[in-house]
Each structure stands twice: as structure tokens, then as C-alpha cells.
Design a protein around this ligand. Structure first.
Ligand SMILES: *[C@@H]1O[C@H](CO)[C@@H](O)[C@H](O)[C@H]1NC(C)=O
Ligand SMILES: *[C@@H]1O[C@H](CO)[C@@H](O)[C@H](O)[C@H]1NC(C)=O
Length: 275
């Protein structure tokens, strides 16, 4: 389904308990964690909004669904022909294997399904610690904006965001009910977390780098999951602060979601897309 690097296994028990909580992205480095060593599991791509609520695409008209044969990741329109998503969503893929569905609240129907001309994956993306988890996608043809399709505002390079500021993450996650086939866009509100605090929480997993920013609740358990990988995290002014990237578990206490920090690559975005 949707994507984020995920830990499976033991967390599944926690997931069931936390009702509706997703299997969240697992940083690849946790392949070396005890759990992964024990079970020899590969992380898999997954992720879904937890504790959020349904929204319409008109509430987040920058939101797109990145697809192969099915929805794999989120992304955000930054202009009529460019989209920003996570590098781990495009890793190892060719432009002709990917499609973008936009202008719809449902990732499997309506709106438009478009081809991609070019993938620009960040040249310093590191799959082992998920550093610089950014990719740009160029659509085959520019689209027309309307109430269901709009570019998200990008931050300036030196824009600063305060700890505790409310942000909004959106995406399509499958519910755990296979009978529910229509996946509607969801959103959850999460506060930004102090960088140092987040780094400490993740120290045994290598910490967070300057290209990352954290958001979520330290107490976990509620409204603490982010959306699909590659999808948007915007602040109250609608500025794209982060791109959904990774985390340990979902809504787990002490493990906020980790996002790619957009200010970190503001110049790079401009250089490759002109936006
Ligand atoms: C979505 O849009 C429809 C039609 O405009 C409206 O009736 C509905 O309340 C909206 N849902 C949400 C969650 O905003
Ligand atoms: C990627 O990250 C790992 C873990 O931090 C590091 O050991 C490695 O040198 C990095 N690779 C590159 C090419 O920077």
C-alpha cells in the first residue's frame, strides 16, 4: 500500500492494541536492530495516517498519490509540473514505472492519472540512514490548477519553525479493514519537536540529521502518526515544512515521526525545478 520504511513484527502487537495505529516506516538502519536481527525481516514500505480524520482534496489540493500499479507514496505539487516526494519512494525506479494521481480525495479513482517525464532523486540520498530523503518528479505535461489541484507554498531557505508549532500531515493509508476499499484522504495534526530532543530519542538508531525535522507527541498513542511517505507536512500557514520520511513505530511514545526538512534543500529544489 502506501509507503514508508516499516518495522513489522513486534510492533504489530502494539498496533493492534493501539487500535487503528499503523505500521510505520522503519529506517533501514533498524534492519540491524535486535528485532530485525532476530527475525531477519526486511523493512517494507507502508505507512498510514493514525488518529487523524478524513479531509477533502480541496483541503490539501497539493496532495498527490504516487503509484505503480497501486498507491505507493504521497507527494506534493510545488508547481504545475513539479512534485516533491521522498527519495525512498523513487529509489530504484524509472520514470516510466510511476504515475501520479491528483485532484481526487480517493487515491484509487477520479481525478487525473498522469505520467512522469523525469525523476530527480537527491544525489546525496543515503538509503542506510535515510539522509536527504527527497525526490522531485516532473510531470509529462503541466496541469491546470483548480480547487482540487494547487501548488503548496515552499519555505524560504532560512525560514525557521518553532518547536511545538502545529503542523498537518496528510495521506492515504489503507485502513486495516480489507473490506474498506475506498481509501479517502486523511489528515492529522502534529506539533514540531525540538531537534535535540528528537536526536536524543533516536540516538540508538543513529539520531536525526540536519536534513530531518521531527513532529509528533512524546506521549504517543494519539494523533501521533504521520502520513504516507513522500507526503506533505505543512504548518498553519500552509508552508511545506517536511516530507514524510521515517520513524520508529507509529504513535509510539518517545518516537516522533521524522520528516525530510524542506528548508535544507530549498536551493536544490530551485536548481532542478526552477520553483
Ligand atoms: C467534503 O466535501 C463535501 C462536498 O463539498 C462536503 O459535503 C463534505 O462535508 C466535505 N467533507 C469534509 C471532511 O470536509
Ligand atoms: C550513509 O550513512 C551511513 C550511516 O550513517 C554512513 O556510514 C555512510 O558513510 C553514508 N554513506 C554515504 C555515501 O555518505
Amino acid at each position: 500500500m502506501s509507503t514508508k520504511l516499516v518495522i513489522v513484527i513486534l510492533l504489530q502487537a502494539a498496533v493492534a492494541v493501539l487500535a487503528g495505529v499503523c505500521l510505520i516506516p522503519e529506517p533501514v538502519k533498524r534492519q540491524r536492530s535486535l528485532v530485525n536481527e532476530l527475525f531477519r525481516r526486511q523493512p517494507r514500505l507502508d505507512g498510514r495516517i493514525v488518529g487523524g480524520h478524513r479531509i477533502n482534496i480541496t483541503d490539501a489540493p497539493h496532495q498527490i498519490s504516487l503509484q505503480t500499479s497501486d498507491h505507493i507514496c504521497g507527494g506534493s505539487l510545488i508547481s504545475k509540473e513539479w512534485i516533491i516526494t521522498a527519495a525512498h519512494c523513487t529509489f530504484g525506479k524509472q520514470a516510466n514505472q510511476l504515475r501520479v494521481r491528483l485532484g481526487t480525495s480517493e487515491c484509487s479513482r477520479n481525478g487525473q492519472l498522469l505520467n512522469i517525464k523525469k525523476i530527480v532523486q537527491h544525489e546525496k540520498f543515503n538509503y542506510s540512514n535515510i539522509n536527504n530523503d527527497f525526490s522531485l518528479l516532473q510531470l509529462q505535461e503541466p496541469i491546470e490548477f483548480d480547487e482540487t489541484k494547487q501548488a503548496v507554498k515552499l519555505p524560504t531557505q532560512d525560514q525557521e519553525f518553532k518547536d511545538g508549532d502545529a503542523c498537518y500531515v496528510s495521506g492515504w493509508g489503507s485502513t486495516q479493514n480489507p473490506l474498506e476499499s475506498r481509501d479517502w484522504l486523511r489528515q492529522v495534526k502534529v506539533p514540531l519537536v525540538n531537534q535535540e530532543d528528537c536526536n536524543k530519542k533516536y540516538s540508538r538508531y543513529g539520531g536525526v540529521t540536519d536534513s530531518m525535522i521531527c513532529a509528533g507527541y512524546m506521549q504517543g498513542g494519539k494523533d501521533a502518526c504521520q502520513g504516507d511517505s513522500g507526503g506533505p507536512m505543512v504548518n498553519g500557514d500552509g508552508v511545506l515544512v517536511g516530507v514524510v520520511s521515517w520513524g520508529f513505530g507509529c504513535a509510539m511514545p518517545n518516537f516522533p515521526g521524522v520528516y525530510s526538512r524542506v528548508t535544507h534543500v530549498r536551493e536544490w529544489i530551485k536548481e532542478h525545478s526552477g520553483v
